[in-house]
Design a protein around this ligand. Sequence first.
Ligand SMILES: [Zn+2]
Length: 269
Amino acid sequence: MHSAYVDVHCHLTESAYELDLAAVIERARSRGVTQLVVNGVDPASNRQILQMQRQYPTVRAALGIYPIQAVSRYLSAPLPIAVEVLQDPDAEIRFIAEQAQAGTIAAIGECGLDAHWLGPDTFAEQERVFLALVDVAKQNKLPVIVHSRKMEVRTYELLRETNPERVVFHCWGGRVKKAVEIAQQHPGWAFSIPANARRNGAFEKMLCELPETSILTETDSPYLSPQPATRNEPQNVVDTIEFLAVLRHWKVETAKDLVWRNFCRIFAT
Ligand SMILES: [Zn+2]
């Protein structure tokens, strides 16, 4: 199989794509971005993604529970982002496990820990839901796509203890040195670098310093656009690969092949 560009973390279920989802997916496909791992955050998006996967050959489903949704039933203060309250995370964990067992999904995610939006009173429940989803990934030998915002050290601790085979740290905000150390100690684990790397020193440094076998690309679309205040799209991973090639003095094709091989290994395609 020829190498392709990959976006291992995007949210094409967001309302930002309501009007032109097909065009967004086609724009990516026409530039060679033919693996879009669309990540779920709650029951509605998880089901929408399964539908999207049936409709578009380049879409692959990752089902998860976002940390905010995991504890939404306990939150009283209105949060800056609108979330639907999830009354029964365990029912959703069971649904995700059923899909994993049926072989309909490529990964578990988005899931993880968050201390940017959420306070310490939620940490125990966040960890419980995260660990249950990591367990589903382990049982089904699937990669787990991890959110670790302001909780990078604790997230790593939990993953080191439970030791799933394949982990993708999405949009790592911890120290670059720590990411490099983690990648060196866990050859099956990777870091997906967002498309805004040209204006983010830490992501640029990760592209330079991570072991070659630990680099993946993502967009987190519609967020983290390379152009501030615009909607992001999966096609923007092409530019991250070009940037990686420049930084490492490689041909673009070399960078693309490398990330493609990492994707095939971690997502076992
Ligand atoms: Zn995300």
